[in-house]
Design a protein around this ligand. Structure first.
Ligand SMILES: [Zn+2]
Length: 97
């Protein structure tokens, strides 16, 4: 696991995903943690094919205190319809290699 400071306001966390059997890079807005009232903060990241969710638990210093994988996920949208693109999920793999 490593934490890379990206552009200001975001950090990229590299986490080993048990489902993908590889490391995945997950970008998290620092304000999510900075504005949190309770710790650890959980952050869910939807990725992969088939899609699955990895949930990170972050402490105040943006250290990853734990993670867990959900092999399935459901997305419930409000009736008025929040566009999926507006949801805080990122399904883009970071092309850093
Ligand atoms: Zn995965």
């Amino acid at each position: 696991m490593s934490v890379t400071e990206q552009r200001s306001g975001q950090v990229t966390l590299r986490i080993y995903c048990q489902s993908c059997k590889r490391d995945v890079d997950i970008s998290v807005a620092k304000e999510v943690v900075e504005n949190a009232d309770t710790f650890p903060v959980s952050h869910a990241h939807l990725h992969g094919n088939p899609p699955h969710v990895i949930t990170l638990y972050l402490d105040r210093q943006l250290n990853v205190r734990g993670s867990e994988v959900s092999d399935t996920a459901t997305v419930e949208r409000e009736r008025k319809g929040t566009p999926l693109s507006a949801m805080p999920f990122s399904n883009s793999e970071t092309p850093t290699k």
